[in-house]
Each structure stands twice: as structure tokens, then as C-alpha cells.
Design a protein around this ligand. Structure first.
Ligand code: NAD
Length: 363
């Protein structure tokens, strides 16, 4: 069986590193790597050559049984792949309800990393967490570079500088990493999340948890937040506004899977912030938590920088690739048995990820 990795020129990350290539070869499969695939993450072709065959894109499309990527192959590429070949990437099918149908109609099979259940057993394959953690870290660094002030408190002969105030909205994987990073840089941090379980995690990182009464929680939502009532969101926005006026940096990470991101920072709040403040909106690709953020752009409003970027992990391509690749290898260990693909639908991790799988006969 041939497993292939593409050169994703639009993304600096690579789905499998040379170290990952060695581990995949040990599974008894042949690995094809598109030339230059790891270059932007500083993994040259020579480092792959010992464990993989370097190939061009056309021959990968024609021959590979399983293509692993970060961004899914475009619809226009589907007809070019071999009949029966499988695609493995982050398809986010919960944001595109027709995707599974289009893939099935094109006779393309797809497995999505973001559909893997977020259970303890699947943690080693959890690409969402790996990438979110990097994004949370990087969001703080981006903010610190834009902020015209220090993060830590400084006491110098020329005078004292107060520590920066950072507000984190959404304390999931990205938010918690943002809190930890901002604390390490010496900022005062407060955070908010609708899941009550987040409160203890926020406090354990030395940040203050903001309480807003009446959030809806659903323990059956697999650890994810659920949509809130308009009344709750209104009260939350008022609370955010009170805090925002005193904050130097706001990092927003609030997402509700399969829905538009909740609006937490309206334009009127941005207008009340001090000039020079910075907002980093990690939810910008799903509509944004800030009304003024534009995905993949940095804009300025009334002297406030608003960075809209949900792909900040790609700005640290080497470590992002290392973690992505480790997650891929762990998933492939489950999928590949004796050198062949074994998509066992009785396995809940495979069943979760294989979102184009045929429906069970008795359903
Ligand atoms: P996410 O990216 O879907 O959302 C980010 C955060 O935004 C979440 O913490 C969510 O509660 C919060 N949020 C949603 N609406 C909000 C609102 N109106 N106001 C404020 N915050 C809001 O989530 P995620 O970070 O990928 O994961 C969420 C949780 O899933 C984790 O914290 C954890 O409990 C669970 N999880 C479990 C595992 C595992 O067991 N393997 C792995 C990863 C995550």
C-alpha cells in the first residue's frame, strides 16, 4: 500500500515529518512524498529520502492509496486521484453540511482528523488540540509584538511600568495556552468561558475567572460548548465591555462547533478600548468573536489593532508539523494492519473520523 504526503505551498506546515516517515515505513507501507513538501517547515527532501520515495504530484494522484494532507484536496482534484483512494485531512464537515454528499457522489472516501472523538483514548491523535495549543501561544506573541507597551511589570530608575492586562475569551485548548503564555510574560490575565469546568483550569494558571450567570451547558456535547441564548450573550457582552475598557489585549477563541462563532466584542466595545490595544481573534474563520475582525487580515479601528487569524499554528511550521505528524502516525497505527488499510467501523475512533463511510446495513 502507498501512503502519500503533498506539498501544500499555501501552508508552511507538512503533514508528515522525516521522523514520522520512518515510523510510517515501519508499518510496512510505502511512503510517497511530493518534492519540496517539508521545505517551508525546514525539513529538506534529503531527510525524507531514506524512508520515502520522492515523487511528483501527478504520480501521487495516480498511485497513492491514501493521501494525507493538512488542508483537504480541492474538489477539482478529486477526479485526478486513483479510484478507491482515501483522503485524510482536516475537512471540518460540521461547517459544510453538503461536503460528505459531494465526496460520496465523486466516489471519494474521506477521513477527517477533526471528527475523531475527543476521548482519552484518542488524545494522541487529537490534531485540533495540537494546533489550538500552538495558536494560543502564538496569539500572545503576536499581541505582544503589536502592543506599544511591556507585558511584565517593570520597576526601573526611570519609573515604574504597570503589567499589561490581558482578557481571554474562551478558555478551551487555545485559550488556556494563551493564558499560560501571557502569565509567563508577566501580564495580569482574566478569562471567561461558558463551560464551568474551565473555571478551575483558568484559576490554576494564575488567572482570574470572570463569572457570568446562566450559561447553558450540555455534558452530552463531547466537551464542546453549546449555543447560548441571546439574553445570556447580551449580558456577557456587557461584562466583556466593562473589562475591555481596562484591557490592553483581548484574545478571543470562543467557538461553537458547527455554528457561527458567538459575537462577544461588538464595534462599540472596540471603540471604548484604549488606542494601542490589540485584539487577536482566533475564531475569525468561523465569523469571528469581534465584530470588526476580518479573517486573515490585521485591521485597525480607532487605534486598536484587530488581528483575525484562525491558522496561527502555520506561523510556527516546524513544531506544528512535528505535532501534526505525531498525531498522523498515531492514527495510522490504528488504520494500518499488516501493511494494509483496515477501516474497522467497529472502532469508534475510525467510525468518527470516516465521515463518508457507508451507512450500516441495518440503519
Ligand atoms: P473550541 O475550539 O470548540 O472552543 C473554544 C472555547 O470557546 C471552548 O472552551 C468553549 O467552551 C468556549 N466558548 C464557546 N462559546 C463561548 C462563549 N459564548 N463565551 C465564552 N466562551 C465560549 O473548543 P476546544 O478548545 O477545542 O475544546 C473544548 C473542550 O473540549 C476542552 O477544553 C476540553 O474540555 C475538551 N477536550 C477534550 C479532549 C479529550 O478529552 N481528548 C481533547 C480536547 C478538548
Amino acid at each position: 500500500m502507498q501512503i502519500a504526503v503533498l506539498n501544500e505551498s499555501e501552508d508552511a506546515r507538512v503533514a508528515i515529518t522525516p521522523d514520522g516517515a520512518a515510523k510510517i515505513k515501519a508499518l510496512g507501507v510505502e511512503l510517497l512524498i511530493e518534492k519540496g513538501a517539508g521545505e517551508q517547515a525546514f525539513f529538506p527532501d534529503e531527510e525524507y529520502a531514506e524512508h520515502a520515495t520522492m515523487a511528483d504530484r501527478a504520480s501521487i494522484m495516480k498511485n497513492a492509496d491514501l493521501i494525507v494532507s493538512i488542508t483537504p484536496l480541492a474538489d477539482t482534484d478529486w477526479p485526478k486521484i486513483k479510484d478507491g483512494a482515501k483522503l485524510l485531512a482536516q475537512f471540518a464537515p460540521f461547517n459544510d453540511k453538503e461536503l460528505a454528499g459531494r465526496l460520496q457522489a465523486a466516489k471519494v472516501d474521506a477521513l477527517s482528523f477533526d471528527m475523531i472523538p475527543r476521548t482519552t483514548l484518542a488524545q494522541a491523535m487529537d490534531i485540533l488540540s495540537s494546533m489550538a495549543s500552538i495558536a494560543g501561544y502564538r496569539a500572545v506573541l503576536e499581541a505582544a509584538l503589536r502592543l506599544p507597551r511591556y507585558f511584565p511589570m517593570m520597576i526601573t530608575a526611570a519609573g515604574s511600568i504597570r503589567p499589561a492586562k490581558v482578557l481571554v475569551l474562551g478558555a478551551g485548548v487555545a485559550g488556556l495556552q494563551a493564558i499560560a503564555t501571557a502569565r509567563r510574560l508577566g501580564a495580569q490575565v482574566e478569562a471567561f468561558d461558558t463551560r464551568s469546568a474551565a473555571a478551575e483550569e483558568v484559576r490554576s494558571l494564575g488567572a482570574k475567572f470572570i463569572e457570568v450567570e446562566g450559561a447553558v451547558e450540555d455534558t452530552g456535547a463531547g466537551g464542546y460548548a453549546v449555543e447560548q441564548s441571546e439574553d445570556f450573550l447580551k449580558r456577557q457582552r456587557e461584562e466583556v465591555q466593562n473589562r475591555a475598557m481596562k484591557s490592553d489585549v483581548i484574545i478571543t477563541t470562543a467557538q461553537v462547533r458547527g455554528r457561527k462563532a458567538p459575537l462577544l466584542v461588538p464595534a462599540t466595545t472596540v471603540e471604548k478600548m484604549r488606542p494601542g490595544s490589540v485584539i487577536v481573534d482566533l475564531a475569525s474563520s468561523t465569523g469571528g468573536n469581534c465584530e470588526l475582525s476580518e479573517d486573515q487580515k490585521t485591521v485597525m479601528h480607532n487605534g486598536v489593532y484587530i488581528i483575525g487569524n484562525s491558522d496561527l499554528s502555520a506561523k510556527m511550521p516546524q513544531d506544528a508539523s512535528v505535532l501534526y505528524s505525531n498525531n498522523v502516525v498515531n492514527f495510522l497505527k490504528l488504520l494500518v494492519q499488516e501493511g494494509e488499510l483496515n477501516l474497522d467501523l467497529d472502532n469508534e475512533i475510525i467510525r468518527g473520523a470516516w465521515f463518508t463511510a457507508p451507512a450500516p446495513a441495518n440503519s
